[in-house]
Design a protein around this ligand. Structure first.
Ligand code: 6R9
Length: 589
């Protein structure tokens, strides 16, 4: 069993335990009618024929997701329904997205952007965000989505590491882009600018008014870059996970079999494209299948959410445990006011979905959410529950056909049922990351157990082949489904004038899964106070991001470190829970 510092792991699970099953009505019609049979026979090669490139050899995501539908009977089908419940209420057909992404592709070309260049996309969740990403694909460049909540430090780290040459943003967000620190960045494209522009700025609307309605995609190979998502590990700054065009084979098939998407679906993926779920399943999965997507801008609001399902007659809903729990805590009265009968399938991602929340969603919608486990690095869903197959409530699921995920010990030996170990995947699935941007050593760390991709999660498998997620093995924090690295938060904390040292952990929380808790040692001359706590939290919020700011701060004399200077977060977690700290022989004096 690996040494697991994870505080949320429940220890060695019992092999025999009372489980409740989610039983499916017999004869359930699903795109994947028989998981076990498919698992035995499925071959990824057979999926390739779904793409035009399998015949032409010419590869580009925008062709497969948009152009080929625009050239078919789907041309006038709505690809994107959008509202922000605040004045914008729009819809775009596949033909519209072909035209608009062609125009934006030409705009990027006019700014000198070339195949393989990185383009930062720092926009609120609006149709422009989607049009821009598609336009970047059209010219064979690589989008780097930046979540709109990111503040200056987070933006600088990501634009600087990716050496983006252009960033598409809006006037309010542009103030967070430290141009002077970004030598590679040549232009800003501003959506919604009014008034005079600086020399290095261009107006999105002006650029879109020029040019033709058609730009042929830059033809790539399956091995060329698709997108870079920045994500957090337990050490160092966030790292750029580069995916390849071939990932579309995985997006397409998982959207078909795990999300169970069909031609006439109205699919609502609630994730922002700043996170991998918002691109793999907010763009690539549904659109390579030619399915209509719903996108909602603005803030989370339980009423709006249920209203959205009713208004758009949503058939398939993909969201995260924190959202389901927030809806649950808002009470049963809200969903009762809406007609949710259009729903036929629901999935969940980002953190484990507790049985209570699962059962509540089932109570109010009639459908139990199905787990999908995966990571930024895997690019696609790997361990899932399937619409046609019974599953045990609370389990993470079984490996997607064509993938092999299992639980191993430190030497890579598969463990018998019930034993806790590393959740690993056999390399070779279609959406596996291509590289960690300019950091091959980081990439290699994922393959530290020979023969396996090591997820960093701990899990066990039961005698029926179900995998049960048990927590992270490292210090990565999942808060409200978002992945936050303690190092980034600690770096932001020590930049505050009062902070000498800081250590950050995830503290279990009934709604958010975990919240960020910081242990802070103050510099000489500063006194602990509530006001100072607030000031420090605010400081992280304005420099890094609101979701990365500590919700709890505890002042300590000293942050516990090893003699080599590593923060002992295990000790911080014990302090937080009021538990014994265990072996501290490596702690500095
Ligand atoms: C897609 C995404 C990856 C980490 C992963 C794990 C956690 C994701 C989960 C889950 C339990 C699930 N995670 N799905 N844990 N059950 N169904 O979330 O990517 O942001 O990179 O996070 O999220 O710990 O290792 P990412």
């Amino acid at each position: 069993m690996p040494a697991s510092p994870d505080h949320s792991a429940t220890g060695s699970p019992a092999t025999e335990h009372a489980v409740e099953w989610e039983r499916k009505p017999k004869g359930t019609q699903a795109n994947l009618p028989d998981y076990e049979a498919a698992y035995r026979t499925f071959n990824w090669k057979d999926v390739e024929s779904a793409f035009d490139w399998s015949r032409t050899g010419k590869v580009n995501m925008v062709h497969e997701a948009i152009d080929r539908h625009a050239a078919s009977a789907k041309s006038a089908q709505v690809a994107l329904h959008y509202t922000n419940y605040d004045g914008r209420d729009e819809q775009y057909t596949f033909a519209d997205l072909k035209r608009l992404s062609s125009r934006f592709g030409q705009a990027l070309k006019a700014l000198g952007v070339r195949r393989g260049d990185r383009v930062g996309v720092f926009l609120p969740r609006t149709p422009e965000l989607y049009i821009v990403i598609l336009g970047v694909h059209r010219i064979g460049a690589i989008p780097v989505p930046l979540f709109e909540a990111f503040m200056e430090q987070a933006i600088q780290d990501r634009l600087s590491d990716s050496e983006a040459v252009v960033c598409v943003t809006s006037p309010p967000l542009k103030t967070r882009i430290p141009l002077g620190q970004l030598p590679a960045l040549r232009h800003l494209v501003l959506v919604g600018a009014s008034g005079p522009l600086a020399a290095n700025e261009a107006s999105y609307e002006a650029l879109m008014a020029q040019g033709a309605d058609w730009l042929e995609p830059e033809w790539l190979t399956v091995d060329d870059g698709l997108i870079i998502h920045y994500t957090s590990g337990s050490t160092g700054k966030s790292k750029g996970v580069l995916h390849r065009q071939y990932a579309m084979v995985g997006h397409y098939q998982t959207a078909k079999w795990a999300l169970d998407l069909r031609d006439d679906d109205r699919f609502w993926c609630t994730a922002d494209p700043g996170w991998v779920t918002g691109t793999s399943y907010g763009i690539y999965g549904p659109w390579t299948l030619g399915v209509t997507s719903i996108v909602i801008g603005g803030r989370f609001d339980p009423d709006r959410w249920f209203h959205t399902i009713q208004r758009y007659r949503v058939t398939m809903w993909y969201s995260a445990p924190t959202a389901y729990r927030m809806l649950m805590s808002a009470g049963d009265a809200i969903p009762k006011q809406y007609d949710l009968s259009s729903l036929r399938h629901i999935c969940s991602v980002g953190e484990p979905l507790n049985p209570e929340a699962l059962k509540w969603v089932k109570k109010v919608t009639g459908i139990a959410p199905h787990e999908t486990w995966w990571m930024t690095e895997t690019g696609m869903q790997i361990v899932c529950n399937y619409r046609s197959a019974d599953f045990k409530i609370g389990c993470t699921g079984k490996p997607f056909p064509g993938t092999y995920a299992t639980v191993v010990d430190d030497q890579g030996r598969e463990l018998p049922p019930g034993e806790l170990g590393h959740l690993v995947v056999k390399p070779g699935w279609p959406a596996m990351m291509k590289e960690i941007w300019r950091d091959p050593a980081k990439y290699d760390e994922y393959f530290r157990i020979p023969g396996w991709y090591v997820s960093g999660d701990s899990a066990y498998k039961d005698a029926d082949g179900f995998i049960w997620y048990q927590g992270r093995q490292d210090d990565v924090i999942k808060t409200a489904g978002e992945r936050v690295g303690p190092f980034e938060v600690e770096s932001a904390l020590v930049a505050h004038r009062a902070v000498a040292e800081a250590g950050v952990i995830g503290k279990p929380d009934p709604i958010r899964g975990h919240i960020i808790k910081a242990f802070v040692a103050l510099r000489k001359g500063f006194q602990p106070s509530e006001a100072l706590k607030q000031e420090i939290a605010e400081f992280v919020k304005t420099n890094l991001a609101a979701h990365a700011a500590p919700r709890e701060i505890a002042f300590v004399e000293k942050v516990p470190k090893t003699r080599s200077g590593k923060i002992m977060r295990r000790v911080l977690r014990a302090w937080d829970q009021g538990l014994p700290v265990g072996d501290i022989s490596t702690m500095e004096e």
